[in-house]
Write a protein that binds this ligand. Structure first.
Ligand code: PLP
Length: 393
């Protein structure tokens, strides 16, 4: 079958929930992916900030093959070695106490949400159920995560939404304070908003929320699903703000390609969920956990955080040059290897032109060109990317 036939077949048999780009990706190697016709693309989308080790990382794929030969799935009715080891690594990396593995980001958010409600319930019954979320946020597509997502466009066809969610203005601490009342149990935010348009939080905002949550015994939840796992230069983005959240949600690059997420809980709430409260059949299965273990090992071995700090600074500098010289770019926003260019022309057109020239980039929000490459990108890859982007603009 040729590329066109695969695309037609997809539209015939798969629910049209996506307007996909007309590429059928067949394989990947490092920072490149290849379509069924053998055309090479420089991948600055990384499967939406997932493939931080690039594609077909040898040590990573070998580790998964080895685990497959041992056992792939056990259920959570038994202990398994990779999950125990991965939990220790994740807890140590976050600075928190205990974690729970899930299969996706949305499920990590659901677990964080339930933990917050359970914590409040233990304190004084069902009275504290309100959660303050941010406008233009994104937390996933399941009903709880959707309710937390401050974007009416995603919510409208699926109402009514879960009760008790209030939306504050991102980077406006007063707007958060104005929503806090006796029923508030948690505040949730992305330290760098992703889907909403690549908006980094200010230090004042993040520290202000931490102080407010401490003062009122409210849980602070950081959704690090996109901005975590080294993307901004520290393992988690909140670590650049000098705060420790009560709950952290992870996914995307946590498994670098294997579907896995987690929510990690701190001292206050790590004992809130008790047997019977929550569960998952697949979550933290030996194959997914083996991926998480290997990801942490490779990050350390390849000094990926230092690498992101260096390449991220270079990336910013080169994007700033483009922003200064192009009439079509009005701003650059981002941190490390999570960057957005605000455009005053249709983003889709630029994405299409870049793809024709062999570069994959994506969008965020209404008018933002988003770049979230594998964390292994080199300055040379960035130069190549910048060159194609310049021509595409
Ligand atoms: C992708 C994303 C999610 C949802 O993750 P899924 O694995 O798609 O369910 C939640 N929060 C943020 C910040 C994300 O970027």
């Amino acid at each position: 079958m040729n590329e066109k036939e695969y695309m037609d077949m997809a539209e015939k048999y798969m629910i049209h929930a996506y307007n996909r780009f007309p590429v059928v990706i067949e394989r990947g190697e490092g920072v490149h992916v290849y379509d069924t016709q053998g055309k090479q693309y420089l991948d600055f989308a990384a499967g939406i900030a997932v493939c931080s080790l690039g594609h077909h990382h040898k040590e990573y794929t070998e580790a998964l093959k080895e685990q497959m030969d041992l056992i792939m799935h056990t259920s959570n009715l038994y202990y398994n070695v990779p999950a125990v080891e991965a939990a220790k690594k994740l807890v140590q990396a976050t600075g928190l106490e205990k974690c729970f593995f899930t299969n996706s980001g949305a499920e990590a958010i659901e677990g964080a949400f339930k933990t917050a409600k359970r914590y409040a319930y233990d304190k004084n019954g069902a009275g504290e159920y309100e959660v303050i979320a941010m406008k233009q946020s994104f937390h996933g597509r399941t009903m709880g995560a959707l309710a937390l997502t401050g974007n009416p466009h995603y919510q409208e066809p699926f109402g009514p939404m879960l009760a008790g969610i209030r939306y504050a203005e991102f980077n406006n601490l007063e707007s958060v304070k104005a929503l806090v009342n006796d029923k508030t149990c948690a505040v949730i935010l992305e330290v760098v908003q992703g889907e909403g348009g690549i908006y980094p939080a200010t230090e004042e905002f993040v520290r202000g929320i931490r102080a407010l949550c401490d003062e009122r015994d409210i849980l602070m939840i950081c959704d690090e699903i996109q901005c975590g796992m080294g993307r901004t230069g520290t393992m988690f983005a909140y670590q650049q703000y000098g705060v420790l959240p009560d709950i952290v949600a992870c996914a995307k690059a946590l498994g670098c390609g294997i579907p896995v997420g987690a929510f990690v809980t701190g001292k206050k709430c790590c004992g809130s969920l008790v047997p019977g409260d929550h569960g998952t059949t697949y979550g933290g299965n030996p194959l997914a956990a083996a991926a998480v273990n290997k990801v942490f090992e490779i990050y350390e071995k390849e000094h990926l955080l230092e690498h992101v700090c260096q390449t991220g600074a270079y990336f910013e500098q080169e994007l700033d040059k483009i922003a200064a010289e192009s009439d079509h770019v009005t701003a650059r926003r981002g941190k490390g290897l999570m960057q957005g260019l605000v455009l005053n022309v249709p983003v889709r057109d630029v994405i299409d032109r870049a793809r024709e020239r062999g570069l994959l980039v994506i969008s965020a929000g209404e008018n933002v060109l988003r770049m979230v490459p594998p964390l292994i990108v080199t300055k040379k890859d960035i130069d190549e990317m910048i060159d194609i982007l310049r021509k595409s603009l």
